[in-house]
Design a protein around this ligand. Structure first.
Ligand code: HPA
Ligand code: ZN
Length: 338
C-alpha cells in the first residue's frame, strides 16, 4: 500500500501492545508447520482455512484459534512464528512489541513450557537485530481455573527475569477478573506487570474488577467501558492505556462496522487509546492495516494519529530512556506541516 495516509502512518514510530503471537499464525505457516511436524489438519488448502475464518463472536474465533495452535510443537516453530511477526511489524514501521503468549494452550497438549518460552525468546533476540525491541507477556486462559493459572505461574518461575507481565485472555463472559485475583496478586509480588482483557464482550463491571480487584497497569480492549460514564472518567483520570483492536472488533462483531468503532470517542474523552492487531492472521490485518482502516473509517486527523502512536510508546513497559528516541521522533513529526 502506498497512499499518503498509509505512508504517514508507516512513518510514525509505533509500539504494538496487544498481539497474541499464536494469532499471527498465517494459514501458509500452519501448513508448513503441520508438514514438518506431521500433524493432520482438517483443511486441504489455504483457501479452505481462510473460508473458515468467519466469526460471529469471540468463542467462534477461539475454537479455531486453539485448533490452529496445535501445529506449533518445537522451539523452532515458536521462533519462526515470532520472527515472521516481527518482520511484518518492521515493515509496518513498528519499533516495539509486547507480545502475549498462552502457555496453557501448549502445555495442555504436552509441549513443555521451556520449548514455548525458549522459542519465543529466540525470535525476540532475532528481532533485536532488526531494530525491534520486545517484551513477553504470559496470559492465563480465563476459561480454565485458578489452580491451572497458578501451575502456569510456577512453570514460568525460571523465566520470570525474561517475562515482563501477565495477562488474562480467552472466553470473557462468565469468567470475570475476580476469578484470578489471587494469582494476579502473586504475579505482582514477583514484580510482574499486570494487564487483562476486559470489556471486549464482558460488561463494564469486568473493567471495574480489572482495575480494582486485579489492579492492572494497562487494559486490553475496554470497549464496553464507554457504557459507564463514571468508569470512562476513571480511566481518563488515571491515564490507563487501552489496547484497542479495530479489525478484531469488526471480525468478532463487537462493532457492526468500522465507522461505528468507539476509538474516536475514546480519544475525545481523553482516554489513552492505542491501536493494535490482536490476532492479525485471523482478523485480516496487521498493525498498519488496523491504523489505516480505522483512520479512514473515522476520518482521524494527523494529530490524532500521532497521539495514538505516542500513547503506544508511553503505554508500553519500556523505561523512559528506551521510550525517549521514539517520542523525540514523534515530536519532530508533530511539528512537520502536512
Ligand atoms: O481477542 C481475544 N480475546 C480474548 N482472548 C483472546 N485470545 C486470543 N485473542 C483473544
Ligand atoms: Zn486479545
Amino acid at each position: 500500500m502506498t497512499d499518503p495516509l498509509s505512508d504517514f502512518i508507516r512513518g510514525l514510530p509505533k509500539a504494538e501492545l496487544h498481539l497474541h503471537i499464536e494469532g499471527s499464525l498465517e494459514p501458509e505457516q500452519m501448513f508448513e508447520f503441520a508438514r514438518r511436524n506431521r500433524v493432520a489438519l482438517p483443511f486441504r488448502t489455504v483457501e479452505e482455512v481462510r473460508a473458515a475464518y468467519a466469526f460471529t463472536n469471540l468463542q467462534d474465533f477461539l475454537d479455531i484459534y486453539y485448533q490452529g495452535a496445535q501445529v506449533l510443537r518445537t522451539e523452532e516453530d515458536f521462533r519462526d512464528l515470532a520472527l515472521a511477526y516481527f518482520r511484518r511489524l518492521a515493515a509496518d514501521g513498528g519499533v516495539h512489541a509486547e507480545i502475549f503468549f498462552d502457555p496453557q494452550t501448549h502445555t495442555d497438549r504436552g509441549i513443555p513450557f521451556q520449548v514455548v518460552a525458549d522459542g519465543l525468546l529466540a525470535g525476540m533476540a532475532a528481532a533485536d537485530e532488526l531494530g525491534i525491541s520486545s517484551r513477553l507477556i504470559l496470559c492465563f486462559l480465563r476459561h480454565q481455573d485458578e489452580d491451572a493459572a497458578f501451575a502456569t505461574l510456577r512453570a514460568a518461575e525460571p523465566y520470570l527475569d525474561r517475562i515482563t507481565g501477565v495477562g488474562l485472555d480467552s472466553s470473557e463472559v462468565g469468567n470475570p477478573p475476580s476469578k484470578f485475583a489471587r494469582v494476579f496478586q502473586a504475579a505482582r509480588q514477583r514484580g510482574l506487570k499486570l494487564v487483562a482483557h476486559a470489556g471486549e464482550e464482558g460488561p463494564p463491571d469486568y473493567v471495574w474488577q480489572a482495575l480494582d480487584v486485579l489492579g492492572v497497569d494497562r487494559l486490553d480492549h475496554g470497549n464496553r467501558a464507554l457504557e459507564d460514564d463514571a468508569l470512562a472518567r476513571r480511566l481518563a483520570d488515571q491515564g490507563t492505556t487501552l489496547t484497542v483492536c479495530p479489525l478484531s472488533n469488526l471480525k468478532l462483531c463487537v462493532v457492526p462496522s468500522l465507522d461505528a468503532h468507539p476509538l474516536g470517542r475514546m480519544l475525545d474523552l481523553g482516554l489513552r487509546a492505542t491501536v493494535n492487531a490482536d490476532d492479525p492472521a485471523y482478523f485480516g490485518g496487521y498493525l498498519l492495516d488496523n491504523y489505516v482502516r480505522v483512520a479512514a473509517a473515522l476520518d482521524l486527523s494527523r494529530d490524532q494519529l500521532v497521539r495514538l502512536a505516542r500513547n503506544s510508546i508511553t503505554g508500553s513497559f519500556l523505561d523512559g530512556e528506551a521510550q525517549a528516541p521514539h517520542l523525540a521522533r514523534l515530536d519532530a513529526l508533530a511539528l512537520t506541516p502536512a
